[in-house]
Write a protein that binds this ligand. Structure first.
Ligand code: PTJ
Length: 250
């Protein structure tokens, strides 16, 4: 990014915008992804671009769910691939999680571009190109999944998701770990664990928690998942955003 010093107050936010623009130029990110990111930015601004204590607890609970899972899968779309490729791969390696590209605006060309982008950052065996299985109850292209990836998963990390698919994954009996800055979105409301945080902060945070807890017994990991209160997390995020709106008037 030219002409913006690293001490600029909006530096982190501007870097993310740059990554998305590069994502579009490289055929990774959908143009709709810019609009989706703008919506996320506005929530993040109202949260003062920080991780709430309850979002941190959610990240810890998500790490515990991933540690307990036998087939954890990280679902990657065009925004995720542009914003956190290295971080997604680090988490997938640590948690022995499969990465599967799953797109709302699906084209084979974009799936190939995302897989090769992830491969260039050190990923191997990224799924999403061959998708003979279907998630029941979804009419759009996000239903198309790999049989040994999202279809077989017991826990799925789904950043920036649409509510339909979270509901369908839940109906399949899967644990859904959703990253979404909007606490009122259907995805957040339906998730087993809603992580109301920017994906750029949430993924490294889940990884840090995973490093700290993966050695625990399954009883201790289960206790972490049970102690997380999703209603409190959703309420805190919503209230913080409402307070942020009120403060805009001051
Ligand atoms: O790459 P594709 O084709 O799969 O398309 C991806 C997008 C994101 C365009 C598609 O899934 C979409 O249209 O998503 P939505 O329905 O606009 O939902 C995006 C959600 O993610 C919204 O609730 C945003 O507030 C939230 N969001 C946006 N940017 C971030 C975010 N949440 C966390 N971190 C962000 N950086």
């Amino acid at each position: 990014m030219r002409n913006v010093p690293s001490d600029h107050p909006r530096y982190a936010s501007l870097i993310l915008r740059d990554q998305l623009i590069s994502g579009i130029q490289n055929g990774i990110t959908s143009q709709h992804g810019l609009i989706a990111h703008g919506r996320g930015e506005s929530f993040d601004y109202l949260l003062s671009e920080r991780t709430l204590p309850t979002a941190n607890q959610a990240a810890r609970a998500a790490a515990a769910h991933m540690a307990l899972a036998t087939k954890p899968v990280i679902s990657v779309n065009g925004n995720t691939a542009a914003l956190v490729p290295t971080e997604i791969i680090a988490l997938s390696k640590l948690a022995s999680a499969t990465i599967e590209v799953n797109l709302f605006h699906r084209t084979e060309k974009r799936i190939k571009a995302i897989i090769s982008h992830l491969n260039s950052h050190g990923a191997t065996n990224v799924k999403g190109l061959s998708t003979p299985s279907r998630i029941p109850g979804i009419s759009h292209d996000r239903a198309k999944v790999a049989s040994d990836g999202l279809y077989a998963a017991d826990a799925v990390l789904v950043p920036l998701e649409d509510g339909d698919r979270v509901e369908a994954l839940t109906n399949m009996g899967k644990t859904t770990l959703v990253i979404d800055l909007n606490p009122l979105s259907r995805s957040s409301q339906l998730a087993t664990v809603p992580i109301i945080d920017n994906i750029a902060r949430a993924i490294p945070n889940i990884t840090n928690h995973f490093e700290n807890i993966f050695h625990l017994s399954s009883q201790e990991l289960t206790a972490i998942t049970k102690n997380f209160d999703r209603e409190i997390a959703l309420d805190e995020a919503e209230q913080t955003i409402r307070d942020g709106v009120s403060n805009l008037h001051n």
